[in-house]
Design a protein around this ligand. Sequence first.
Ligand code: ASP
Length: 922
Amino acid sequence: MNVDGLNVGTLVWLMTVLDVALTLPSTVRIAGLFEPKYQGQKMAFQQAVDRINKRYDILPHTTLVPEVREVDEDDSFHASKEFCHLMKGGIAAIFGPMSSISAAHVQSVCEVMEIPHVETRWDFREQSEFRSINLYPHYSALSKAYIDIIKQLGWTSCTILYEGNDGLIRLQELLRAPSESQLSITVRKIDTAFTRPDSKPDYRPILKEIKKRAESRIVIDCDYTKVQDILKQAQQINMMTQYYHYLLTTLDLDLVDLNDFRYGGTNITAFRLVDPSRPQVQAVLPAWKRRNLIPSMQSIQTETALMYDAVHLFAKALHSLSAASDVRTKSLSCSKAQPWAHGNSLLNYMKITDIDGLSGSVVYDNNGQRSNFQLDVTELGTGGLEKIGRWDPKKGVNITKDYNKVKQQVKHSLKNKTLIVTTVLEPPYAMAKEDPDGILQGNDRFEGYCIDLLENIANHLKFNYTIIPVADGQYGAQNKDGEWSGVVRELIDRKADLAVASLTITYLREQFIDFTKPYMNLGISILYKKPMKKNPELFSFLAPLSVEIWLYMIAAYLGVSFMLFILARFSPYEWYNPHPCNPESDVVENQFTLLNSLWFTIGSLMQQGSDIVPNATSTRVLSAVWYFFTLIIISSYTANLAAFLTVEKMNSPIENADDLSKQTAIPYGTSMGGSTENFFKTSKIQTYERMWNFMESATPSVFTATVPEGIERVKKEKYAFLVESTTNEYTTQRNCELMQVGGLLDSKGYGIGTPRDSPYRDLISNAILKLAEEQKLQILYNRWWKEKGGGGKCDTEDNKKTNANELGPKNVGGVFVVLAGGLGLAIIAALFEFIWKSRKYAKEEKAWGYKQKSLCSEITSELRLAVKCNGGSSRPSRKRRKEIEAEEMNNIETNGLTMMPLTGNYAPAGYPLPPSSKDQYS
Ligand code: ASP
């Protein structure tokens, strides 16, 4: 909407300007106390005043008059004196000084006089308690930023190097962290007592101590002016490599010349408050640089920027206050307690005003603290310090760097770089080539699985390498003092970039070094001499069947023979007339006497047969089942006997680790300084604990300096060696007198070791995965295990033979069941035969004029006859027996006596024989 050519906005602005013009004097004095060290702040103060005086939107009719005074650092007396002097002329605010002692004095005067005190220094006191305002970010929020970045970086341990006690307050959140997280922190004060010949502090002793502890993550809290010197000294002791990560708490790392460290690959991270790319900064920076107002190459010191912002905040607040009240400065005297009436209001206005300054947005919370601010996360790259993310008190760290780009950068940096590779000389992983003339040089001197693996990886990632076998020949174990040995030590000391050996990935090692993905899987096993061959035994023919089976067979043989005998006696069809021409013969005969039954059964068991032929269905059923039984048993025996005769039984005193642990006759041990030793040392499993106790106390020592030494010991002595299965397999394939005893005690893998935080680890892991996918790892394995150096020479027929086991009830038990079933069937058949025949006899006897007996008494009498021990092969025919019976009955009646039937052994009940015929028929 237009009102006579002016819009409403312009009108409001004009009214505000007019209003301000009415309530403010034409000049307002503001004081600044500056120490020589902070010339930048003094310049920023003056520049900011100049800038505001030129602006039309803030204090358009008022000129700020800067009253600048220089005071010495920590000279509180001089500072207070200057301040009192300035107050006499009337001032609206005092800026500075920076040193804490002087600032405290000035602040106490401000308390009384109610003059706003504007500060731009780090201070851990709560501002709400004083009549001052501080533009420096609040210490607790800053402290949170440090813990946030450490969490983001995933550090599990770090060392804090601090210069002054303020540093500990700055890092208080971090120092509290270990109680909540897994972070382990070591705190060291930067000791400036040691000096170098150029009389500068010597930081190397403390740095060396950190290096010795294998710490690679270091937080440095010091003034930015000391950073370069510390990093330079770190570089001198080789602590500025890709394996180290420094987090600097200074917000002014932009002001440090880091050119010397740009290509070392060292990780340097820091926060900054003043982003040089911000438009506000860009608006002033070139002009200040041109006029040589700032010493910096790139950016503005934080405190300088804060001073510039402070003046702007003050001006804006004064502008707002003047719209509400008539603000006039007043001459005050330090000797009288007469406060300035507008001081409190002006301070309050400053706390509710916000500006977008060089240090970002300046906003105050309810407590009058600048706790809501944003920081840039910066990292040193090859192009200098780069912004990689942002920190915000609410959202924490937000890293925006492109990790793919980082990966590509690392890959690029690896190209044509020469890495130092440590290894352990142990067949077939890494071995010295035979070189009688000594012509081989460098890496050509070595061969083996790991050497080939390394070559493949190097070809893939295009780096060069120098192989240096580890001096002590060990893989790496920690001694009582926590010192590591072997290749692990080399990596901890960063003497090597890679450890390519049969290095087992373990939890403990992982705390000190990094591992790539595993390239081979294995477990601990026992290496021992092959047992002596057993001398063939005299009765080895018994071996194919177990003792149980032999006993059951004897029982079955006796049982079947006896049953055959009984059934044959019981069954009427087994009694035949020995005189076929005389059908009226008085005698019948049975071929199945007890001896004949035993003979018939053994004959069939031996696959020979006999003249005895069963006639009755019952005896035939039993015979058939017995034939079946013998067929199965004999076939099984024959088959198993063949296996037993071809297999040579080994006499092995130990079958597994448990056997080993329960004896002391065969000493056993491991190689020293490796994961196998550590496995037993730390095991909580009873068997392995027992083994460790034995190993530890054994004399002479059962430990060997190296793995090959252990293998030699197995060959020469009575000694079992606990070694990894891969080595075990390699050894047993070349030394046919050795073998692996039992299975694996655990399961783990070999990986390539790198120093902690190595940028190359992921690239090498990827290369390993690729080689595995392309089956190159398998090809390498076949080459070194199976093809080279006589692999597979022990795979002769002898070694391939498997063990033969005796047959037990589980194998042939079924045939016994069939036999038992057959027995039952034969008994039933015999009963049927008997009943059938009894009915026939009953009719005949009736025809002969004899009284018929009941079926039950017939069965009973026949059974008695059958089981009678004196079972001969003949007996009277049925007709004759009836006659004898009748004669006996007559005799009894004639003598007037009633005879009881004879039930003794020699006379079947119901058929008492006359004494004269007893011998003949029994
Ligand atoms: N490969 C093992 C290791 O890394 C050696 C051992 O058997 O102890 O320690």
